[in-house]
Design a protein around this ligand. Structure first.
Ligand code: DWN
Length: 411
């Protein structure tokens, strides 16, 4: 059975242009328990293509979402900054769209209830949808009803029949994780009340290119979006994107606002300006994408030069964080325990496990105080400020931080 496609998952155009070839890599969140250390591991081509018709950057689907997201390693509530971000979002949406106890807020990929908890506190009815049973359990503990299924058109139709439609339909960092994007968007169209609003946040492809964020390419991110492409996809399903914000999360994301086109929304200046900015940056020109591969190779060589140099000086280097993106970077650059003695993470689920491919052990953050390494390589660079605040005590023994993306920094 063909397990991957060679046509654009949105427009069907044959994919002929390569965007990034990151070699062979295990699934970024397939952490290894100790008992499996001497078992084999599956590697897949990590090879992103760009559609020359709709400019959707995408990966082949080697593993279906069922094999990735049912037992999931990522818990959104482990970042204070991220919780602050979504709490501010809740306040803004409640006032902008006059949400109240009569409204219904539905979040697709609701994770551990990190966001819906703030609407719930306001007495606004919420419903979570997330297939990851282990993560959804945490949401249920917060009293947030969560349907542990993948969102799709069929589920949208079933919920609509049950009278469960959304005044506000939220999808943060989910769009990239959807292989069947056409079915997903038509499901959103279905479950949205006539005057309902959709907001979605997703990493901005323009930032990925401009800031060298090649490590955010991994198999659970099936697609990578520019604003032009998202607007085009929504329009295909009679959804109008009428507002957009550039936000700093996850290395630079977009938050879009959309509604039924039948409500005749007009695009505001933010939309017009971002379209103009993307065109000026060549986001609708295939040549822009053809340079990225070379950019990645240069970055890899710079990273290896730094780490080889430090190891030749006899320095002790450890990782901080066990993010999915870290596994792309470490596997692509060939950085194993020959460079990093271990890494740490505040997520209990990850502690005691080993990173996929490199088999670098993941410990509790306390380990750093015990071993007092010379350098701490921050793998989730998108949380740099929060992590430096949390780990500032390494200065006591002269410890330094290393950041590799967007540029190498040692400080
Ligand atoms: O798209 C996705 C994004 C939203 O989150 C998912 N596919 C999976 C995940 O990607 P990631 O794992 O690269 O995300 P983060 O947010 O960069 O991962 C942060 C990791 O760092 C988590 O394992 C938690 C950990 N962490 C920590 O140990 N100490 C995070 C902070 C802020 C800390 O202080």
């Amino acid at each position: 059975m063909k397990k991957y496609y060679l046509n654009c998952r949105f427009c069907g155009n044959p994919l002929t242009e390569q965007f990034a070839d990151l070699g062979m890599c295990p699934l970024a969140n397939s952490f290894i328990p100790p008992q499996n250390l001497y078992k084999s591991e599956t590697y897949y081509p990590l090879n992103a293509h760009i559609c020359s018709n709709c400019f959707l950057v995408q990966l082949d689907k080697f593993e279906p979402p069922e094999n990735i997201f049912i037992d999931y390693a990522y818990f959104s509530s482990f970042s204070d900054e991220w919780l602050k971000h979504v709490q501010e979002y809740t306040e803004m949406m409640t006032s902008r769209f006059h949400l109240n106890s009569e409204s219904v807020v539905i979040e697709i990929a609701s994770n551990d209830g990190y966001l819906l908890q703030y609407f719930q506190e306001k007495g606004i009815p919420v419903l979570g949808i997330d297939p990851a049973k282990n993560v959804a359990r945490e949401a249920e503990k917060k009293g947030i009803t969560t349907i542990t299924k993948f969102f799709c058109k069929e589920l949208a139709e079933q919920l609509t029949e049950e009278g469960k439609q959304a005044d506000l339909l939220i999808g943060n960092n989910v769009l990239a994780h959807i292989p069947e994007i056409n079915d997903f968007i038509s499901g959103m169209k279905k479950i949205l009340k006539p005057r309902g609003i959709i907001t979605m946040e997703f990493p901005h492809l323009l930032k990925l290119i401009q800031e060298n964020q090649f490590d955010t390419i991994y198999h659970e991110h099936f697609s990578y979006f520019s604003f032009i492409t998202v607007q085009h996809i929504f329009k295909e399903y009679n959804l109008t994107v009428f507002d957009v914000e550039e936000i700093p999360t996850h290395g630079g994301s977009l938050r879009i606002y959309a509604g039924h086109s039948e409500m005749e929304y007009t695009a505001n200046p933010n939309v017009i300006n971002l379209l103009k900015k993307e065109k000026e940056m060549g986001i609708d020109n295939i040549k822009t994408y053809q340079l990225f591969n070379e950019q990645i190779k240069i970055t890899k060589r710079k990273i290896l030069k730094l780490l080889i140099n430090l190891k030749e000086q006899g320095k002790k280097i450890v990782g901080y964080g066990a993010p999915a993106k870290g596994n792309t970077l470490l596997n692509y650059c060939g950085i194993g325990t020959d460079f990093l003695d271990y890494t740490v993470d505040i997520t209990p689920y990850k502690q005691g496990l080993y990173l996929p491919g490199t088999r670098i052990p993941v410990f509790h953050t306390e380990k750093i105080n015990e071993t007092r390494p010379d350098y701490v390589l921050i793998l989730p660079w998108n949380h740099k400020d929060e992590i430096i605040k949390r780990m500032g005590y390494i200065r006591k023994w002269g410890g330094k931080f290393i950041i590799l993306i967007p540029e190498i920094e040692v400080f």
